[in-house]
Design a protein around this ligand. Structure first.
Ligand SMILES: [Zn+2]
Length: 412
């Protein structure tokens, strides 16, 4: 694969602003996501993809037909076109640093913004490579335009190399992943793949098929306001009851004290006055039983406080958000094994670890499309220090080609 061609393609995508918006219920959440979707629609037609179709919800699908004379499963590759609303994605000015020397990278001279391996030691594994960074004032958008670049480049490569044998491949680019809706309007039936991979992981080698079970919990505490001078026996301060609630949850089961498979309760936002206090939690756990226990614990705690106060002051509203894709992927574990074997064949060490979050793949897996996640190559997503080595984009693209080849061989 031609490195400069891939860098040019990536830069073309990241300079198109596609930031999504969590506060807009429209779909897609921002009109500007269409800008990149339309560029991609044309490009897929240009490189020779078939059935190129951009639907009314901004999902772009296309087909690379099989070049085999026997049947193998149709597989898919998925990436998202939007960038995170956590940091601005307007006017991205990518900087290409060739032959990285292992020292600090000056992102922005005027504002003295430096990307340093003293703080981001992962940089050192890319010595000698071509690092693409921001200018320090925006995010880069390697999450997930590296994934988009990898899929387009792999399809182009396969079209230009008909001697490489592969089955039917479907690809899809989705909007609004960063606001948790990337899988919502995904037409799994129309996609028609037996399984797929999201190209949306971070560093080279990442391969993920386990993620959190996730729920959001809103705890409402109602109090009673009375003039403080005459409050004895009458005032109920909802903030103090809320603080009892907070303190009754296990203090070590919080994001800042947990790792690996350890779950947590995370209080991420609260608002309060005497009359009413609201606590906003997220609940996370890889294990379904423990996940259910956590939800029950939050409900039970409300009842304990209500009993203590002799009236119903505390109520809890819990909503499931997504589930661990492991349940859907382990019955078809060969789809992970294939990706792992391809990486090993290429000399890439697979980094298989549980995701402490969710991916579009987890929702797609529950919609009937088992969908592990593969590295897209970037680091420090959602901020000014985001970077991606061009070599990692190339490797991820080669992993896609390798998976296509391996499926053709395995199912012969
Ligand atoms: Zn992403």
């Amino acid at each position: 694969m031609n490195k400069q061609h891939i860098i040019d393609r990536f830069i073309k995508y990241v300079t198109i602003d596609t930031e999504s918006d969590p506060n807009n219920s429209a779909f897609p959440s921002t009109e500007k996501q269409w800008d990149l979707a339309k560029v991609l629609e044309n490009e897929l037609k240009e490189i020779g993809m078939e059935d190129v179709e951009l639907d009314e919800n901004c999902y772009l699908m296309a087909t690379l037909p099989s070049n085999l004379d026997y049947e193998v499963p149709t597989i898919g590759f998925v990436a998202h076109i939007d960038t995170s609303p956590d940091f601005t994605g307007a006017n991205v000015k990518p900087q290409v640093h060739e032959n990285y020397d292992g020292k600090d990278i000056l992102l922005n001279k005027e504002e003295n913004i430096v990307l340093s391996p003293d703080y981001f030691e992962d940089l050192l594994q890319y010595k000698g490579q071509t690092i693409i960074t921001t200018d320090g004032t925006t995010l880069l958008g390697a999450d997930d335009k590296a994934g988009v670049t990898e899929i387009v480049s792999a399809m182009e490569y396969l079209i230009q190399h008909p001697e490489i044998k592969h089955g039917k491949i479907r690809i899809c680019f989705t909007p609004d992943e960063e606001v948790g809706k990337g899988a919502h309007m995904f037409d799994v039936e129309k996609f028609g793949a037996e399984w797929a991979y999201t190209m949306d992981g971070s560093q080279i080698g990442e391969l993920e098929y386990e993620n959190f079970n996730a729920a959001g919990a809103k705890v409402t505490v109602n109090g009673k306001i009375v003039h403080p001078g005459y409050a004895k026996g009458k005032m109920i301060n909802s903030m103090l009851i809320a603080s009892e609630y907070i303190n009754a949850l296990p203090e070590d089961e919080v994001p800042e004290k947990t790792t690996g498979y350890e779950g947590f309760f995370h209080l991420h936002h609260m608002e309060g006055e005497v009359e009413k206090t609201t606590l906003h939690y997220i609940i996370r756990d890889h294990d379904m039983d423990q996940f259910n226990n956590r939800k029950k614990a939050m409900l039970d705690l409300a009842e304990v406080l209500n009993a203590k106060n002799g009236q119903k002051l505390v109520s809890v509203d819990i909503k499931d958000q997504y589930f661990n894709m492991k349940e859907k992927v382990t019955p078809v574990m060969h789809i992970v094994d294939i990706a792992e074997e391809v990486m090993k064949d290429m000399g890439i060490t697979p980094l298989i670890k549980p995701i402490r979050g969710g991916t579009d793949g987890s929702q797609l897996s529950y919609k009937g499309l088992p969908c592990p996640n593969i590295f897209a190559g970037g680091h420090n997503f959602h901020g000014r220090y985001e970077y991606v080595p061009a070599e990692s984009i190339m490797k991820a693209s080669e992993v896609i080609v390798g998976i296509a080849q391996k499926v053709a061989v395995k199912f012969n």
